[in-house]
Write a protein that binds this ligand. Structure first.
Ligand code: FE2
Length: 374
């Protein structure tokens, strides 16, 4: 494992203010929006669809803390959205960034080789205007650059208050922000995408893991973590490595039919409460053997949390030179074994839970075995 120094945003040709939102293409956004509200504690805060003059798609904006997810479903049978869903199932389409200058972001990235998807385009309504442009990343996933400094509306032009579509009195589960978003890419392509984020997007490499760091008796993968100039945005990229059995990355690609977003890590300020609430509402998490907790204190030292409680909830702990972190991984959140969520609480640690990789991947292998895809 190598831990590189961040460049502190110096000479950043593509300054990103943060992740603006993630857009998912899903088969039935109306029903998915209820899952994100009831089960995951998001609030439905804006809507766009037939009632707003959008004849092509319906869109639901869900918010919790600083996290913004847009669920989009097609209203027609032809076009880019239904094609995407037919091929990939439900999944992340757009990792959209907020920027000060969408046109400059588009020019700086495309002149370094990014493939354009949408040229800088103005969208407006009575609340002002935004400028949006987009480029391709791995698989059919895209990055949009959203310039919203001249917009005062609730989200983006065309969105209205959700009214009675929003379920009343939904309590947050305490999710706060996006910690990192992981992409799975095909065998042999990890370094190309590391180069893309480095040379085209101005990111730098934070950490790399090889198959010796991330392997079990049966399967292996390799991973490198890229971060933007401010260190706020972190994108690990995984590729499968040779093992005795099928890597979870290969399983993902078999079902997603291309590279794509594997998991989204969301932060909590109190992971015990968050995981308890998510369990109660119906999220299924991966479980680890009891033996993991028997040696925990020897590995990690003293921590603030009660170990029997962590064990009951299957929460994992790891440490690095800066502190420790607590994390847990959900099972896939759609029928295809593709996207899942991680909940993470950082207590100083900046790393990604290397000490948990083995326990985690063995847990995933047990699930793969049940699916007949190991
Ligand atoms: Fe993660």
């Amino acid at each position: 494992m190598d831990l590189d120094k961040r460049n502190n945003g110096k000479n950043d040709f593509l300054p990103l203010k943060g992740i603006d939102h993630l857009e998912f293409y899903v088969g039935n956004a109306k029903q998915s929006s209820v899952y994100y509200q009831y089960v995951m504690g998001f609030k439905l805060t804006a809507y766009s669809g037939l009632e707003t003059g959008n004849k092509n798609s319906s869109k639901y904006l869900l918010e919790q803390g600083k996290i913004r997810f847009v669920l989009t479903s097609p209203l027609q049978n032809e076009g880019e959205i239904p094609e995407h869903i037919k091929l990939h199932g439900d999944g992340v389409k757009d990792i959209a960034f907020e920027v000060d200058d969408s046109e400059k972001s588009f020019i700086e990235s495309t002149k370094r080789g990014a493939v354009p998807v949408l040229k800088p385009t103005e969208f407006s309504d009575e609340n002002g205007k935004i400028i949006k442009s987009s480029i391709k990343t791995y698989g059919d996933t895209i990055h949009s650059f959203i310039e919203r400094k001249n917009y005062k509306g609730i989200f983006l032009p065309g969105f209205i208050q959700p009214g009675s579509r929003s379920i009343e009195n939904i309590e947050s589960v305490g999710l706060r922000s996006i910690d990192h978003i992981v992409g799975n890419v095909e065998l042999g392509y990890m370094n190309d995408w590391i180069k893309f984020y480095g040379e085209t997007m101005g990111f730098s490499q934070l950490i790399s893991f090889d198959d010796k760091d991330i392997s079990t008796e049966y399967t292996a993968l390799m991973s490198k973590v890229m971060q933007n100039g401010t260190g706020k945005i972190k994108f690990p990229i995984n590729e499968p490595a040779k093992g005795k059995k099928k890597s979870q990355i290969e399983e993902y690609i078999d079902f997603y039919k291309s590279a794509g977003v594997q998991h989204i890590a969301l932060t909590s300020a109190n992971i015990l409460e968050t995981v308890e609430a998510l369990n109660r509402r119906g999220i299924l998490f991966l479980s680890v053997p009891e033996s993991y907790y028997e040696t925990l204190e020897d590995r990690i030292g003293k921590i603030d949390e009660d170990i029997p409680k962590l064990k009951k909830l299957n929460i994992l702990v790891d440490k690095d030179e800066d502190g420790y972190l607590l994390q847990i991984f959900s099972k896939p959140v759609q029928d295809r074994p593709t996207l899942f969520f991680e909940v993470i609480q950082r207590k100083g640690a900046r790393s990604f839970g290397k000490g948990n990789f083995k326990a985690l991947f063995e847990a995933i292998e047990r699930e793969q075995d049940l699916r007949g895809t190991l």
